[in-house]
Design a protein around this ligand. Structure first.
Ligand SMILES: Cc1ncc(COP(=O)(O)O)c(C=O)c1O
Length: 455
């Protein structure tokens, strides 16, 4: 097999249609290997997804064993042992704060189902006018037309914009570039209060759910809201009977050093969307978890939730999910690895003196860097440099894959990269990864670069 597929030799409809892609043939631990034997550190675990590390034989065995028992039954007609076990394990991981789990095949589907659960809850609560979804600018919630409409990342929405049914967005909780020109010490959490303004303008009787990532994913690369932000958001939601939905597709299952990121913020969401790491990097599975009162409202009224997908709750995915949760606990990969997150943060701090490093942020093993042209004014780099894309390309040349993103200045400019390695990464590997990154952006990358496509 070829290592690099030129555009002509491949029948794959790629993301970058004119790029020559490297073919990864094997992966083990935090490393990817191509067919020529080149080795790459997977510093972002794919798109912050491969939480357990690559090549675990026990995961392959779980899939094989389950396929030999029963690989598929339809959730509308049957339950199955892995499905029951998988739901119980998510609830147990939340200390039974969550009581019921709806399985899907990925993060976008989880967000879609979560919004539909909110709608159904209000219908069964005799409030049928509650339909509006409010989310935040500079967020990402998935790629279907619905999830993209709630997404607030300008770059990811723009191509599809006339096609989307547009929804309502409030400013992000992004102190480094506060939309209200305030500083955290005296801001009075204007970015949280913006939710109340939006609800009032739309009419509280019309608002169903507020959707947010507790720690920003790729659209803002690891932004953590100011203390008290989500407590204020929770208060506002309670006041107007608006459900609070956390998109923990990226942050869930231990990524931030706790099993679920909401545990950091002293609030509990009414709806919790999960994906990515839920399958450890071994099977496409997502889920929506809800506390008992949400389920009971629907159970006691219409008694049916007519949504879902053919592959939802399939035994293969559920078996992988159960094993993933067991593996996290058996190897102490959640709280136990939070020290690795701190170590990564500590090592990244060494880069803070670099003139192009504007802000380093994140939680656990989810750490973003925002690059700037001017540290003092926080002016973003000119998009013509495609700086973060070129940093990522320089990292690849040196044997490391890292995710990059842009648009942090209201969707128009900005450069970021995000570390999100498998949880098994060790100190020496962190040191090596940070060293590669520092060499990558030490290169003279500030020149016109129109051949680099960014998003
Ligand atoms: C926060 C968040 N929500 C939703 C999604 C969509 O998940 P998926 O790509 O698995 O559909 C993503 C994916 O990047 C994400 O980061």
């Amino acid at each position: 097999m070829e290592n690099n597929y030129s555009n002509d030799a491949s029948h794959v409809f790629h993301f970058f249609l004119n790029r020559e892609y490297i073919s990864i043939a094997n992966a083990k631990g935090i490393y990817l290997y191509d067919n020529k034997g080149n080795k790459y550190i997977d510093a972002s675990g794919g798109p912050i997804l491969c939480n357990l590390g690559h090549g675990l034989k026990e995961m392959a065995k779980v899939i094989g064993d389950q396929a030999g028992k029963v690989s598929y039954v339809h959730r509308i007609d049957f339950t199955n042992p892995p499905l029951e076990e998988a739901a119980q394990k998510v609830c147990k991981a939340s200390d039974y704060t969550m009581d019921k789990v709806f399985f899907v095949s990925g993060g976008t589907e989880a967000v879609e189902i979560g919004v539909k659960i909110a709608r159904k809850y209000h219908l069964d609560n005799n409030k049928p006018s509650k339909t509006c979804v409010i989310s935040r600018w500079q967020s990402y919630h998935g790629s279907t037309a619905g999830a993209l409409a709630w997404t607030g990342s300008t770059g990811r929405r723009s191509d599809f914009f006339p096609y989307l049914h547009d929804f309502h967005h409030i400013p992000p909780a992004y102190c480094y570039r506060c939309w209200f020109n305030k500083i955290p010490e005296t801001c009075n959490l204007d970015c949280a209060n913006a939710l109340e303004n939006e609800i009032m303008c739309l009419g509280p009787d019309n608002v169903s759910v507020f959707l947010a990532e507790p720690v920003s994913g790729m659209s803002l690369c690891g932004v953590v809201p100011e203390k008290g932000y989500f407590e204020r958001i929770r208060e506002i939601c309670n006041k107007y009977d608006v459900l609070l939905m956390f998109d923990e597709v990226m942050t869930g299952m231990g990524r931030t050093g706790k099993m679920f990121a909401y545990e950091h913020f002293n609030v509990v969401p009414d709806i919790l969307a999960l994906g990515k790491g839920l399958g450890g990097g071994y099977f496409p599975i997502g889920a929506v978890a809800v506390p008992g009162y949400i389920y009971k409202k629907i159970a006691d009224n219409s008694g049916m939730f007519g949504a879902g997908y053919s592959w939802g709750g399939n035994p293969l995915g559920c078996a992988v999910e159960s094993k993933t949760i067991d593996y996290l606990y058996e190897h102490d990969l959640v709280e136990g690895r939070s020290k690795m997150g701190k170590y990564l943060d500590h090592k990244l701090e060494d880069l803070n003196t670099h003139p192009l490093v504007g802000n380093i942020r994140g939680m656990g093993l989810m750490r973003g860097i925002e690059f700037v042209e001017d540290k003092k004014t926080r002016k973003t780099l000119d998009p013509k440099y495609a700086f973060s894309a070129r940093v990522a390309a320089e990292c690849m040349k040196r044997g490391m894959f890292i995710e990059y993103s842009g648009g942090c200045d209201r969707g128009q400019s900005g450069d970021m990269i995000m570390f999100g390695p498998p949880f098994i990464i060790n100190e020496a590997q962190i040191e090596q990864a940070v060293e590669i990154l520092s060499q990558a952006f030490d290169e003279n990358l500030l020149s016109d670069s129109s051949n680099f496509l960014t998003f």
